[in-house]
Design a protein around this ligand. Sequence first.
Ligand SMILES: O=c1ccn([C@H]2C[C@H](O)[C@@H](COP(=O)(O)OP(=O)(O)OP(=O)(O)O)O2)c(=O)[nH]1
Ligand SMILES: [Mg+2]
Length: 160
Amino acid sequence: MSIARFTHVSQAQYAEAMAGREGFLPIAEIPMPKRATTGSAGYDFVSPLEVTIPAGETALIPTGIRAEMEQGWVLLLFPRSSFGFKYSLRLANTVGVIDSDYAFAKNEGHIMVKLRNPLSEPVTIGKGERFCQGVFLPYGTAEEDEVTAGRVGGFGSTDR
Ligand SMILES: O=c1ccn([C@H]2C[C@H](O)[C@@H](COP(=O)(O)OP(=O)(O)OP(=O)(O)O)O2)c(=O)[nH]1
Ligand SMILES: [Mg+2]
């Protein structure tokens, strides 16, 4: 039973997110996130460009991907364990929470990944390299939950 669909963001959204950068894959060449084996939970996301993260710094990687999913589901982003084990690479926000209504935000639900390199050596993510993974999970709601607001953005759009 599938509960979600990955698609590319529009060319315009991709260009906006990649402004000032060079050498990134054309949007049509970014592969959809894929699971590596039949029993894998994680959909591996590919980096559309080569990124070197200097020691102790962070880098933002726009993935070119959005995820439409049914209500009641969330997509959680995690590092791939190989990058964590080899380079201690982590997400700047520790875990990425991709909400089901983010797909309809003003930026089309463009999934962004911010990585932190905590080591004293630079780390390079290759263009086209699988660098993080997303896991779909169902979530519950509490009683007397009367939220009605719709999502317009991410990264603090609901407060700052
Ligand atoms: O690593 C991440 C984390 C979040 N998001 C997007 C999807 C998510 O639906 C939205 C908001 O994320 P979250 O609710 O975790 O952040 P917030 O700081 O509460 O922002 P907001 O006020 O916009 O909800 O930002 C990403 O693209 N990458
Ligand atoms: Mg939020």
